[in-house]
Design a protein around this ligand. Structure first.
Ligand code: ZN
Length: 463
């Protein structure tokens, strides 16, 4: 899944927004006091992530006590006119998810709505905090006046429960908050660094914790080395059961952690498909920006690649993983829509969402083959990621093409980009362009079928 960041610009150092949270028994009260030098200030509430359109249903009891404020209900932007440099307003976030709630198309969207009552709290923080949309670097504080009847974990204030937080608006905008009577926070050391495992396990807590910790130690260590990630701040893994949903799992990745919601009746959290999901979400720490074919599709390639190179699974599993993307793309009713349409309709239904995962993965695989053919180096993924590393937080089409052109002929690169990504034509997968040790055969009706032909040669890609 995607996370978005709002544009930010410089603001004067002493401008600030202070948030006070209070437990209302059936929701979360939010009081905001702002000090500013501006004549007008714009605050925005929630996002359209997940295709959600009814955000204002859970934004209740809105009232302005200092300055004047008016909300545009379509954009959910509140424009304030401060009074003597001050604005103060309050609202209550009140929402629980109905039983069996899920969006059409198979991709569950529970994670993009707040789910708050006296037995559980789960929310992306964009649904809790209104933020100064043009000044995301504004200083903010968050203080709890009264707390829910269970422990709470906030990813923006990791490991500090409901203690006061000081930071910037961007810190509290795109994050997660969770509370539950069974919520526990464990510390996991990886390469001498402290990280957090947050769980609220319904079943086999000891076994599940050990499995999740082992997986994280192995995988995160490989991934941070692969990316030469010097970030020493703690990373959070938050595993939180769905309230009443039997969907296997879904998740969101952030730069400082990821969260997954999963089927609460599961005996073992870490099965193979959830492991792949968690790996994908952790991957968003490094590939989380840009159009979905890149942020999701290249991230899928990263997921399959790092699962093998970390030793968690065998090269043959890459074949399974990539085979699913090939097949998914081939059978998608939207397989040949333009790149612009694919991006625009990303949240429309599950078929559009997965389209970009599959198309981007196929494109990344195609580029890996072209790179190997032109350079003779089988370790294409490492070279490709080294090339795009500078733009992973600030993606542009031109930046991407220039980065890739340092690895292969530009003319061919631009032609293929136009053909496969912008125009949505079928991938050719010419035999001569494929990475070594594998082949793509065609079924009688043209469906591409991936096969490893030389295991030793194929394993070279993951060294
Ligand atoms: Zn994703």
């Amino acid at each position: 899944m995607l996370t978005v960041a709002l544009l930010s610009s410089c603001s004067k150092g002493w401008e600030r927004a202070d948030y006070i949270l209070s437990w209302k028994g059936d929701g979360l009260g939010v009081e905001v006091s702002v000090r500013t030098i501006s004549d007008t200030l714009r605050f925005s509430y929630a996002t359209e992530n997940g295709g959600v359109k009814d955000q204002l249903k859970w934004f209740q009891d809105f009232s302005v006590s200092e300055g004047k404020g008016k909300m545009d209900s379509l954009s959910r932007v509140i424009t304030f006119i401060p009074e003597k440099g001050k604005v103060a307003f309050s609202y209550t976030v009140r929402c629980t998810l109905p039983e069996g709630y899920g969006s059409p198309g198979g991709c569950i969207m529970d994670v993009f709505r707040p789910d708050i009552d006296s037995s559980m709290l789960f929310s992306r923080t964009e649904n809790i905090f209104t933020v100064p949309v043009d000044k995301m670097d504004m200083a903010v504080s968050v203080r709890w006046e009264s707390v829910p009847p269970y422990p709470v974990f906030s990813m923006y204030n990791a490991g500090r429960g409901t203690e006061p937080f000081e930071g910037k608006a961007e810190d509290i905008f795109s994050s997660v908050m969770a509370g539950d009577p069974l919520l526990e926070v464990d510390t996991v050391m990886v390469d001498g660094r402290e990280n957090y495992l947050v769980t609220a396990l319904r079943k086999n807590p000891l076994l599940n914790k050990e499995q999740l910790k082992d997986y994280f130690r192995t995988f995160y260590s490989t991934a941070t080395r692969f990316w030469k990630d010097g970030d020493t701040s703690p990373y959070t893994m938050l595993f939180f059961p769905f309230r009443n949903n039997t969907w296997e799992a879904t998740g969101n990745g952030f730069s400082n952690g990821f969260m997954s919601r999963y089927d609460a009746s599961a005996d073992t959290v870490l099965n193979v498909s959830r492991r792949d999901l968690f790996t994908h979400e952790i991957g968003h720490k490094w590939i989380g920006n840009g159009p979905a074919w890149f942020s999701e599709g290249f991230n899928e390639m990263q997921t399959a690649y790092l699962l093998v190179s970390s030793g968690i699974t065998e090269p043959s599993y890459f074949a399974t993983y990539f085979g699913n993307a090939l097949s998914g793309l081939w059978h998608s009713p939207h397989r040949n829509v333009s790149g612009a349409e694919a991006e625009e309709k990303f949240w429309e239904d599950g078929q559009y969402i997965w389209l970009q995962y599959w198309r981007g993965f196929c494109y990344a695989f195609h580029l890996a083959g072209v790179y190997e053919r032109e350079t003779g180096n089988p370790n294409a993924w490492k070279a490709m990621m080294d090339a795009v590393r500078p733009l992973i937080y600030d993606f542009s089409e031109e930046g991407f093409l220039s980065a890739m052109a340092s690895l292969m002929g530009r003319e061919r690169l631009e032609r293929d980009y136009r053909k496969y990504i912008l125009e949505g034509e079928d991938f050719d997968f010419f035999e001569k362009d494929l990475p070594s040790g594998c082949t793509i055969e065609r079924s009688p009706d043209g469906e591409p079928l991936f096969e490893i032909t030389d295991e030793a040669a194929f394993a070279e890609h993951f060294r």
